[in-house]
Design a protein around this ligand. Sequence first.
Ligand code: HEC
Ligand code: HEC
Ligand code: HEC
Ligand code: HEC
Ligand code: HEC
Ligand code: HEC
Length: 491
Amino acid sequence: MSTENMPSRPGWFAAFRNWISIAGGVIMLAALFSFLLLFAMDLMAHFSNPYLGLLTYLLSPAVGAFGLILAVAGAALERRREPTAGLVTAVKIDFTSRKDRKILGIFILSALAFIMLSAIGSYQTYHVTESVEFCGETCHTVMKPENVAYHNGSHARVACVECHIGAGTTWFVKSKLSGSYQLYAVLVNKYSRPIPTPVKNLRPAQGTCEQCHWPSKFVGNLDRTFYYFLNDASNTPYSVRLLLKVGGADPTHGPVGGIHWHMSVANKIEYFASDESRQKIPYVRMTDAQGVVTEFRAGKFTNTVSQANLRRMDCIDCHNRPAHRFATPVDAVNLALEIGKIDRGLPWIKTNAVWALAQPYTNTDQALAAINRTLAGRYPGDARIEGTIAAVDDIYTNNFFPEMNTDWRAHPGNLGHKDWPGCFRCHDGEHKTADGKRIIKANDCATCHIILAQGTGAQLLDLSATGKKFIHPGDEIPDGYLCSDCHNGGP
Ligand code: HEC
Ligand code: HEC
Ligand code: HEC
Ligand code: HEC
Ligand code: HEC
Ligand code: HEC
C-alpha cells in the first residue's frame, strides 16, 4: 500500500536540484542584479538615454529569461529520467566531505564573480551608449549627416542625449521605446533615407534647450551681416547688414517684445500644421495673459481644429536646426567667396559652383569626381581653380550626404524666410481673424529687423539708424510674392 519507499519521479521542486538548473539560476541572478543596477542608474541619471533602456528592459530580461529556460529545462530533464534511476544527477552536498565543501566553495566564488562581471559589463556598455561617439558614429551611415553637421555647429560640445532625451522620468519610457525601435529599424535596414524631421517625439524645449538657455533672457538687438554674390560674370558682391529685434520674453529681465515675444510666459501661441513637415500652417491661436483667445485663419481654411492637433510653439519652431544645419549651396558658396576660399576672380564661379553642388549624385565619391571634372573643365589652364575645387569639395562633404538623401532640401530651416517660408508660415499677411485683423505681415519688414546698410564697399559704411528700404539685387519683387517663391537655396 505504501509507496513511500518506492523510487519515484522527483517532485518539481526537487527536480531543480541539478547542475543545469543551478547554472540557470545563477544566470538569472546575474541578470536581475544587472537589471537593478541599470534601473537605479537610469532613475538617477540627469540625462537618460534610449540605449540604456535597451540594456535595462530588453537585454537584462532576455538574459534572465535564458537563465529561466535553462533552469526549467534542467528540471524537465531530471523528471524525465527513469524513476528507478532516482536522483542520480541531482546535486547532493555532503557537508562532512572535504571534497564537496571545496566544490561548493569554488562554485559560490565563481557564481559571485560571474554576477559581478555582468554588472560591470552592463555598466560599461551603458557608458558607451551615452557617448556622442555611440549616438553619432555607431550607426555610421545612418547618422553621418547629423553627426557631421553637429560637429560643425555651435552645439558641438553638447551631448546628443541632452537635446534628444533631456532630463526627467516622463520621457524615459517614450525614449526607451523609440530608441529600441530605431535600433531594430537599423538592424533590419528599414530606416528611411533621409531620417525624417520633425522629430515627433522630441521632448518639449523646456526639458532640453531651456536647461541651458534662459528663455526669458533679454537678448536685445542682434547685428548680423549676410554676404551675397550675384549670379553674374564678375560675381558682384552684395551684403545686407541687419539689426534683428530679438528682444526678450520676461518683464523682469527687460522689455517684452520683438522676436522672442512668442516665448513670453504671458502668451501662448498654438498652431495647426496641415503637412508632416510643419511647413503649411493654416491656423494659429493666441491666448493672452487675460485668457482672451484670438484665432487667425489663412485663406479659405474654416475647419475647426481639435486641441489634440495643435502644437504649442516653442524654441524648435524657429530654431529647428540648432545642431544640424545643412547649408544651402547658395549660402555655403557665398560664405566661401566672402572669406576667400573660393576665388572671386574666376568668372561666373558663384553660378558654376552652386550648380555643380546641387546636381543629383548617387554617392560622395561619384559626386566629388563629377564636381571636380565640371569645374576643371570650365576653367582650363587656370591655376586658381585648384584651391577653389578643394573649397567646393569641402562644402560638399560637410553638407551633402547622397547615401542618405540628406542635404538642405531634406531639412527646411525655419529661422528666417528667404529659402523656406519660415516666419512667413504665419507672417505672410494671409492669416487673419474673423474681423480682419492680421498677424504682422511679411512686408512689415521693420517689425522684425531694420536694414542698417546694404550693397558693397563704401556703401556698407553708410549706416542708417532708422533702417533703409531693402534694395533687392534682382528685379523689383512683384506684389504678393514671398522670397521663398523664387529663392530655394539652390541654382
Ligand atoms: C542643441 C540640441 C541638439 C543636439 C546637441 C543634437 N541634436 Fe539632433 N536634433 C535637434 C533638433 C532640434 C532636431 C530637429 C527637430 C525637428 O525639426 O523637429 C534634431 C534632429 C535630429 C535627427 C533627425 C534628422 C534631422 O536631421 O532632422 C537626428 C538623426 C539627430 N538629430 C541626431 C543627433 C545626433 C546623432 C546628435 C549627436 C551627435 C544630435 N542629434 C545632437 C537637436 C539637437
Ligand atoms: C547642454 C546645454 C545646451 C542645450 C541643451 C542647448 N544649448 Fe544652445 N547653446 C549652448 C552653448 C554652450 C552654445 C554656444 C554659446 C557660445 O559659444 O557662445 C549655444 C548656442 C546656441 C545658439 C546661438 C548660436 C547659434 O547657433 O545661432 C542658439 C540659437 C541656441 N543655442 C539654441 C538652442 C536650442 C533651440 C536648443 C534646444 C533644441 C539648445 N540651444 C539647447 C548650450 C546648449
Ligand atoms: C519666433 C521664432 C523664435 C522663437 C520661438 C525662439 N527664437 Fe531664439 N531667436 C530667433 C531669431 C530670429 C534669433 C536671431 C537670429 C539669428 O541668430 O540670426 C534668435 C536668437 C536666439 C539666440 C542667440 C542669441 C545670441 O546672442 O546669439 C538664442 C540663444 C536663442 N535665440 C534661444 C532661443 C530659445 C532657448 C528659445 C526657446 C525658449 C527661442 N530662442 C525661441 C527666433 C526665435
Ligand atoms: C516676421 C518677421 C520678419 C519680417 C516681417 C521680415 N523679416 Fe527678414 N528676416 C527675419 C529673420 C528672423 C531673419 C534672420 C534669419 C537668420 O538669422 O538666418 C531675416 C533675414 C532677412 C534677410 C537675410 C536673409 C538670408 O537668409 O540670407 C533679408 C535680406 C531680409 N530678411 C529681408 C527682409 C525684407 C526685405 C522684408 C520685408 C519685405 C523682411 N525681411 C521681412 C524676419 C523677418
Ligand atoms: C506659428 C505662427 C508663427 C510663426 C511661425 C512666427 N510667428 Fe511671429 N507672431 C505670431 C503671432 C500670432 C503673433 C502675434 C500677433 C501679432 O502681433 O500680429 C506674432 C508676433 C510677432 C512679433 C511681434 C511681437 C510683439 O512685440 O508684439 C514679431 C516681431 C514676430 N512675431 C516675429 C517672428 C519671426 C522673426 C518669426 C520667424 C523666426 C516668427 N515671428 C514666426 C505667430 C507666428
Ligand atoms: C520673383 C522672384 C523673387 C522674389 C519674390 C525674391 N527674389 Fe531675391 N532674387 C531674385 C533674382 C532673380 C535674383 C538675382 C539673382 C542673382 O543675380 O544672383 C535675386 C537675388 C537676391 C539676393 C542676392 C543673391 C543671393 O545670393 O541670394 C538676395 C539676398 C535676395 N534676392 C533676397 C531676397 C529676399 C529677402 C526676398 C524676399 C523679401 C526676395 N529676394 C524675393 C528673385 C526673387
